[in-house]
Design a protein around this ligand. Structure first.
Ligand SMILES: O=C[C@H](O)COP(=O)(O)O
Length: 251
């Protein structure tokens, strides 16, 4: 049985003062919710604050991106080793808001996944199709090519105990979530694709759903057999909403 995982993705929001209020609220409201794993992925400059505020709590923290290289003359980049310096446990890789804006290829994303795993940080590999791709019947083809980029690079074994997040681009930030049935269908497709190469990896990888998860739909999503939790954007900036979503993961 896979433990549910709920990851907050604050995206490019917050400042030291606002974060302090949210971290305090999270510790107060979430620290006793121990039947699911909870993490907060913050913008790079706030990793130290996350470490200071969440150290010793049940809540892990992480980043929203990482360099594909381990070290070197890559101006502006942040390495996995640097994330480890601040106690990061998770890092989001391949989020569509980045892969679109910064033309991140499936191969680059696969390299980031590998460098995170190598450094002992759990990567959250984001996969998802656009509305046009879904409406053209290309959803499985797009998801397959995204996941195959990692499978081809390093095989399926790296997915054991890793995290994948299915995030239909058309559901991100729109308030229009995939239905539990739509999400379950793609999650099962992802798990089957990994299982074809490595059954243990397929059984232990946690597949999160992301895209307009909120307190009203979280429970129906999280009860689906192949949905192991959520990657939460907007609702992770509101302590009440995020608490309700984490509670749903503990049911
Ligand atoms: O990383 C989180 C996803 O992009 C979902 O964001 P959202 O919950 O605001 O739709």
């Amino acid at each position: 049985m896979r433990r549910k995982l709920v990851v907050a993705n604050w995206k490019m929001h917050g400042d030291l003062a606002q974060n302090k209020v949210l971290f305090d609220a999270f510790r107060q409201r979430l620290d006793h919710l121990t039947s699911a794993d909870i993490a907060v992925c913050v913008p790079y400059p706030y990793l130290f604050q996350a470490q200071q505020e969440l150290q010793g709590s049940h809540i892990a923290w992480g980043a929203q991106n990482v360099a594909k290289h381990e070290v070197g003359a890559y101006t502006g980049e942040v390495s996995a080793r640097m994330l480890k310096d601040f106690g990061a446990s998770y890092v989001i890789v391949g989020h569509s808001e980045r892969s679109t804006a910064y033309c991140e290829s499936d191969e680059n994303i696969a390299a980031k996944f590998v460098v995170a795993r190598k450094s002992g940080i759990t990567p959250v590999l984001c996969l998802g199709e656009t509305l046009a791709e879904r409406e053209s019947g290309l959803c499985h083809q797009v998801i397959a090519s995204q996941i195959d980029a990692v499978l081809k690079t390093v095989g399926a074994g790296v997915f054991a105990h890793a995290v994948v997040s299915y995030e239909p681009v058309w559901a991100i930030g729109t308030g229009l979530s995939a239905t539990p049935g739509q999400a379950q269908q793609v999650h099962a497709f992802i798990r089957d694709r990994i299982a074809a190469l490595d059954v243990h990896a397929a059984e232990t990888v946690r597949i999160l759903y992301g895209g307009s998860v909120n307190p009203l739909n979280a429970s129906q999503l999280f009860v689906m057999p192949d949905i192991d939790g959520g990657l939460i954007g907007r609702c992770s900036l509101n302590a009440n909403d995020f608490e309700e979503i984490c509670r749903a993961a503990c049911q």
